[in-house]
Design a protein around this ligand. Structure first.
Ligand code: C2E
Ligand code: CA
Ligand code: CA
Length: 722
C-alpha cells in the first residue's frame, strides 16, 4: 500500500517529466524552424530586391552604352572639319581613314564608321579598321533601318541624332546615326544632298565585362535566346529582340544567410542547451518533489515512535482492500497492552517508549504474511489482513502475541511484566464497513479487558449489545453523579471478642437511579473501565469522611479501585479530602484488591508507602480469591488482610477451607497484620473464625450495610450499652 502510493507519485512525476521533455523538444524545433524560416524569407526578399536592382542596372548599362555611341556620333558628325571634307565633291579617303578608321585600335570606342548619302547608300565605310566596300547597308541590320524609317525627316533636317540596338552581319551592336553638319549655322546645301555618319559598336565579351565592372553586375553576358530568368532583352527601335543580356545573380540574401548561418547555429545550440538544462533542472526538481511528497506521506503514515504504520495507514489499507472489486474477507486484530500506564508511571516515559519499540519489534516478527501491523497510539496496536483464512490466521497471530507478551520483558537491567487484551473482528465489505470492523475489534478487545485481561475475544453480536449496555451505564453514572443519585452506606466491622464496632466499611449505593437501583457489583466494573471511578471514588471518600468525622471512636474503611490506585496523583487527592473534611488520617483505612498489586507491584509499593506516610492504613481486600501467597504480599507492608467472604463462609463446611483460613491467619498475625474476616452470617462462623485467630469480623450476622442515619443510631445504642 505504501509502496503503491510511492509509485503513484513517481509515475506522476515521470509523466510530467515526459510532458516537459516533449514541450522542450517542441520548443527547440520551433525555434530552429522559426529562425530558418525567417532567415529564408529575409534572404529571398533580399534576393528579389537585388534582382530588381540588377535588372535596372543592366538596363542602365545598355542605356549608357547607347548614350556613349550617341555622343560619339554627336562629336564626330557635328564638326566643321568633317562637313568640309565630306561635302566636297571628292571624298578625301585618306582623311576619312585617318580620322574614323584608325582610332578603332587606339581607344576601342567604336568598331565601325560609315558615311551614307541622302538615300542612305554607303559612300564610305570602315569596319574594324578595314575598308568596307559593300554598298548595301543591310549589313548594319534592321535596327538601323528602323531608326531611319521612324526618324527619316528628323535625320534629314539634322535636328536630331539617334542611337539604338541592331544586329549587324557581325553581331549585336549599338548603332548611332546623325547628319554631318557644322557646329554652328545652317548646312550650306540647297539641294537634297545629305551626308550621314553611322557609328557602330559591337557588343562583345570585353565590353560586357567592362560594363559589368562599372555597374557591378556579375558575369554579364549576351545570348541569342533567353536562357535564364536573370536576363534583359536587347530591342531594336521597332521592338524586335536581337539578343539577351544575362547575368549571374549575386543572391545577397543567400550570401547573408550563409554568413549568418554559423551565428544561427550558435543561437540554436545555445537555445537547445538552455532548454535541455531547463528540462534537466525541472526533471530533477520534479523527482525531488515526488520524493519529498513521498517522504511527507511516509511521515504522515508512520508512527514516529515504533516506525510502524500508524492508524491512518491502517485505515487506508482497509479502504484500499475495500474497493468494489475487492470483496475479500478482512480481519482486524486489536491489541491493547495491559499495565502499560504503570510502566510509564513507575519507570518513566523513556522506559515506556523503549517498551513500545520493543513490543513493536516483537509483534512485527510474528505478523502473518500479507498482514499489516500498525500502532494506533498509546499502548494500542492493530493488525489487519485479508483473505478467506484471515480470521484463522489472525487467531493464531493473537495467540502468539499473548504468548510473547506474557513472558516478562527485559529492558536493560529492568524486568517488566506486561500483558495484552486482544479483540478480533472480521467481515466482508458487503456486511460491514471499515469503521464498523474497527469498532467491532475494539469492542471485542474491550471485552477481553473487562473480563480479566490477558485474553482474546472474537467479536459477536452479543458483545455488541454488552458494549452498548456498558456505554449506557457509563452515561447513567455520569448523570447520577451530577444529579446526586448516589449514597454511601456503612457496614460495621466488629471486634471478634467484644463484638463492638471498631471500623465501618463505606459501600456505595445508587438508590435514586431513574431506571432502577443497581448493585455496586453491577456498575463498579463499568465505572472502572470507563474512567468514571475517579469521580465516583472521590465522591465516596469525601462523603464517608464527612459522615464519619464526628464519630471519632470509629475508623473508616474505603474501597479503592485499581484504576484509582494507578493514578499517580491519588495520594495527593486522599490528602486533600482528609484536610477538607478535617478527618484524621489515622482513622482512615484504604482497601485494595490483590489483582492490582500483582499487576503493578512497583507502583503498588510506592503508593502504599506514600499512603502510610500520610498516616492511613492499607488493607488487602478479597484475600483468598486470587493466587497470591501472604509470603509474597508481605513485601507490600499491608496493615490488614481481609479474608474474602467466599472463603470465610466456607470455614464451617469445608475442612480444607478452614485449614487455609487458619493458616493464613497465622501467617498474617506473625507478620503483624490485622486479620478481618468478611461475610460472617452465622454464630458458628463467628466462633470458628474467632478461634482461628481473626481480630475483626464483618457480616450480616452483625449488621448489613446501613445508611448514615441508622449507623448513628447503632452507634448511640452501642455507646449506651458500652
Ligand atoms: P467488598 O469490598 O467485598 O464489599 C463487601 C460486600 O459484601 C458488600 O457488597 C457487602 O454488602 C457484602 N456483604 C457484607 N457482609 C456480607 C455477608 O455476611 N454475606 C454476604 N453474602 N455478603 C456480605 P456490596 O455493597 O454489594 O459491594 C460489592 C462490592 O462492590 C464490594 O465488595 C466492593 O468490591 C465494591 N464496592 C462497593 N462500594 C464501593 C466503593 O465505594 N468503591 C469501590 N471501589 N468499590 C466498591
Ligand atoms: Ca471491601
Ligand atoms: Ca471483600
Amino acid at each position: 500500500m505504501l509502496n503503491s502510493l510511492k509509485w503513484r507519485n513517481i509515475t506522476t512525476a515521470r509523466t510530467l517529466f515526459v510532458m516537459i521533455l516533449i514541450a522542450g523538444t517542441g520548443l527547440v524545433v520551433s525555434i530552429v524552424a522559426l529562425l530558418y524560416l525567417s532567415l529564408h524569407l529575409i534572404s529571398s526578399k533580399t534576393n528579389e530586391i537585388d534582382e530588381r536592382r540588377t535588372t535596372l542596372a543592366v538596363q542602365g548599362a545598355i542605356q549608357s552604352s547607347v548614350n556613349r555611341v550617341l555622343s560619339l556620333v554627336i562629336d564626330n558628325a557635328i564638326w566643321n572639319d568633317a562637313v568640309r571634307k565630306i561635302y566636297s565633291p571628292v571624298l578625301d579617303n585618306a582623311w576619312l581613314y585617318e580620322t574614323w578608321a584608325g582610332s578603332y585600335k587606339v581607344n576601342n570606342l567604336y568598331d565601325g564608321t560609315f558615311v551614307l548619302d541622302q538615300n542612305f547608300k554607303l559612300l564610305w565605310g570602315s569596319f574594324r579598321s578595314k575598308p568596307f566596300t559593300d554598298t548595301n547597308i543591310r549589313f548594319l541590320g534592321d535596327g538601323l533601318q528602323s531608326i531611319i524609317r521612324l526618324h527619316g525627316d528628323e535625320l534629314k533636317s539634322g535636328k536630331n541624332i539617334y542611337a539604338g540596338i541592331t544586329k549587324t552581319g557581325a553581331g549585336v551592336a549599338i548603332v548611332g546615326i546623325g547628319l554631318i553638319r557644322p557646329m554652328t549655322g545652317r548646312l550650306q546645301v540647297y539641294d537634297n544632298t545629305r551626308r550621314y555618319l553611322v557609328i557602330t559598336r559591337h557588343i562583345n565579351a570585353a565590353n560586357l565585362k567592362e560594363l559589368g565592372n562599372i555597374f557591378q553586375i556579375n558575369n554579364l553576358n549576351m545570348t541569342a535566346g533567353k536562357n535564364s530568368s536573370f536576363s534583359v532583352p536587347l530591342r531594336t527601335a521597332n521592338g524586335a529582340v536581337v539578343g539577351y543580356l544575362n547575368w549571374r545573380p549575386r543572391l545577397p540574401g543567400a550570401e547573408a544567410a550563409g554568413a549568418a548561418s554559423a551565428d544561427i547555429r550558435h543561437i540554436v545550440l545555445l537555445a537547445a542547451g538552455l532548454i535541455v538544462l531547463f528540462i534537466l533542472f525541472s526533471g530533477v526538481g520534479l523527482f525531488r518533489l515526488a520524493r519529498n511528497e513521498k517522504y511527507a506521506r511516509d511521515i504522515a503514515l508512520t508512527d514516529w515512535l515504533s516506525r510502524l504504520p500508524n492508524r491512518r495507514a491502517l485505515i487506508e489499507r482497509l479502504e484500499d482492500a475495500q474497493n468494489p472489486d475487492n470483496n475479500e474477507i478482512k480481519t482486524v486484530v486489536f491489541i491493547d497492552l495491559d499495565g502499560f500506564k504503570d510502566v510509564n508511571d513507575v519507570h518513566g516515559h523513556d522506559v515506556g517508549d523503549e517498551l513500545i519499540i520493543h513490543i513493536a519489534h516483537t509483534l512485527q516478527a510474528i505478523v502473518p504474511p500479507g498482514g499489516m501491523l500498525a500502532r494506533l497510539g498509546g499502548d494500542e496496536f492493530a493488525m489487519t489482513l485479508e483473505g478467506e483464512y484471515s480470521e484463522a490466521q489472525a487467531s493464531a497471530f493473537a495467540g502468539r502475541v499473548l504468548e510473547r507478551l506474557n513472558a516478562p520483558v527485559r529492558l536493560g537491567d529492568r524486568t517488566i511484566y506486561i500483558g495484552a487484551s486482544i479483540g478480533i473482528a472480521s467481515g466482508s465489505p458487503a456486511d460491514c464497513l471499515r469503521s464498523e470492523l474497527f469498532r467491532r475489534a475494539d469492542i471485542a478487545m474491550y471485552h477481553s479487558k473487562i473480563t480479566g485481561k490477558g485474553r482474546i475475544t472474537h467479536y459477536d453480536a452479543e458483545l455488541n449489545s454488552a458494549r452498548e449496555y456498558q456505554l449506557m451505564i457509563e452515561n447513567d453514572i455520569r448523570l447520577g453523579l451530577e444529579n446526586d443519585e448516589f449514597d454511601v452506606w456503612y457496614q460495621p466491622i466488629v471486634d471478634a471478642r467484644t463484638q463492638t464496632t471498631i471500623i465501618v466499611e463505606a459501600l456505595v449505593r445508587w438508590p435514586r437511579r431513574p431506571k432502577g437501583e443497581l448493585k455496586p457489583d453491577e456498575f463498579i466494573g463499568i465505572a472502572e473501565t470507563g474512567g468514571l471511578i475517579y469521580s465516583l471514588g472521590q465522591f465516596v471518600l469525601r462523603r464517608a469522611c464527612q459522615d464519619l468525622q464526628p464519630l471519632n471512636d470509629l475508623r473508616l474503611s474505603v474501597n479503592i479501585s485499581p484504576a484509582q490506585f494507578r493514578d499517580p496523583g491519588f495520594e495527593e487527592k486522599v490528602a486533600g479530602v482528609l484536610i477538607a473534611s478535617r478527618f484524621p488520617a489515622s482513622r482512615l483505612q484504604l482497601e485494595v484488591t490483590e489483582t492490582y498489586v500483582l499487576e503493578n507491584p512497583e507502583r503498588a509499593r510506592t503508593a502504599i508507602l506514600n499512603l502510610k506516610t500520610l498516616g492511613t492504613t492499607v488493607a488487602l481486600d478479597d484475600f483468598g480469591t486470587g493466587y497470591s501467597s501472604l509470603g509474597y504480599l508481605r513485601r507490600f507492608s499491608f496493615d490488614t488482610v481481609k479474608i474474602d467472604k467466599s472463603l470465610a463462609g466456607l470455614v464451617t463446611e469445608d475442612e480444607q477451607a478452614a485449614a487455609l483460613v487458619s493458616g493464613a491467619i497465622r501467617v498474617a498475625s506473625a507478620l503483624g497484620m490485622t486479620v478481618i474476616a468478611e461475610g460472617v452470617e452465622t454464630e458458628k462462623q463467628l466462633t470458628m473464625l474467632r478461634l482461628a485467630g481473626c481480630d475483626l469480623l464483618q457480616g450480616f450476622y452483625f449488621s448489613e450495610p446501613v445508611p448514615i442515619a441508622s449507623l448513628l443510631q447503632l452507634h448511640q445504642q452501642q455507646g449506651q450499652e458500652g
